[in-house]
Ligand binder design. Sequence first.
Ligand code: GUN
Ligand code: ZN
Length: 422
Amino acid sequence: MLEDPCRAPAEAAVAYHPDGLLVVEDGHVTAFGPYAEIAPTLGAETPVTAFPGKLITPGFVDAHIHYPQTDVVAAWGSQLLDWLTTHTFPAEQAFADRAHADEAAAFFLDELLRNGTTSALVFGTVHKTSVDALFEAALSRDMRLIAGKVLMDRHAPAGLTDTVETGRTDTEALIRVWRGRGRLGYAVTPRFAVTSSDAQLAMAGEVAAAHPDVLIHTHMSENLDEVARVGELFPHCRDYLDVYARFGLVTSRSVFAHCVHASDDALRRMQRAGASAAFCPSSNLLLGSGLFSLKQACECGVTVGLGTDIGAGASFSLPHMMGEAYKVGQLAGETLDPLHAFYLATLAGARALRIDDKVGNLAPGKEADFLVLDLSATPLLARRTAGAATLAEKLFILSVLGDDRAIERTYLAGRLAHARTA
Ligand code: GUN
Ligand code: ZN
């Protein structure tokens, strides 16, 4: 992907070579283009692996996910605020135990790789050690991953709250130890405006300002009851975004998950600040949160990535999220182009996470995080893609019918990190 399909025809945003060659050296892409052009430039001794009939793509970028919520995927019967209390907070309490966090982190990262996700912006829990566990596991897999300890000092069970001071100390310690190690990055992570006091939001803004390379990651305008609650808690703020703005949390390094109920005015203020939105269609449908308008966000100029939002979302698969985003668009009278959907799952996510100079497409110089996709992975996929004439058609069929079985191989920095076994 090259251009933003919000501003250019989707076809112009894609570089597709039916018989292509990707050249990788020392973990980086050194060339990508038609085989006939690039092959003659390589030395005779260069090893070449052929994947006939397969599609080589950049790895997927998940712009919003919670690693401690794997065990609440597919929870029945509630919307956001009740879902947090009934399902999510109890599951997150278990991460006080480092052994539990280690096991969950390993499962989580393997699941990402099985689904072709090579980078992600990840919520931990309030426990510092939950993020230590995740970073340790991501470092050993050499993943480009950004994560943070949740800040929440009110309106949550006692075992799940920190304070302004412990939140600051733990966040600073995590930044000091992990930021920049391997391919890791840090995000200051207040859960949302409901669960942080004014003083804690102010502290989050101060810590983010003191570390210009860290992201800010939180939720905003997901659910109407949540929006109303924030209005009650912050009566003097103009809207939900203004709560974050007052504490220095709306910046070019901010990623706001959801933004389903954000006004044009709020989205334009996000655009002016350079802040991004994470569109999480599976979560929005399952929790009944509402229909995000990609058209509105595009028109307001906001960078939008695609998030699974595990465990409110029901799948780790970004291709599945492309299909869910299409369905949300259908309900809202907006037809999502498959190439635009693919952009959301790759380069747009990298842009939102400010790692697009390193990953997100296969341009020379980028880190070689790439996938080998099998568009014949199931009998139905094979039957439907066999008759598909264009790349856009194939990607659309993948987004509706595909899952982890379509990810034949996942490479991290040129090294095989996952191979489908059956
Ligand atoms: N808002 C605050 N916390 C959460 C969470 O864990 N998941 C989702 N989807 N929304 C939230
Ligand atoms: Zn979330």
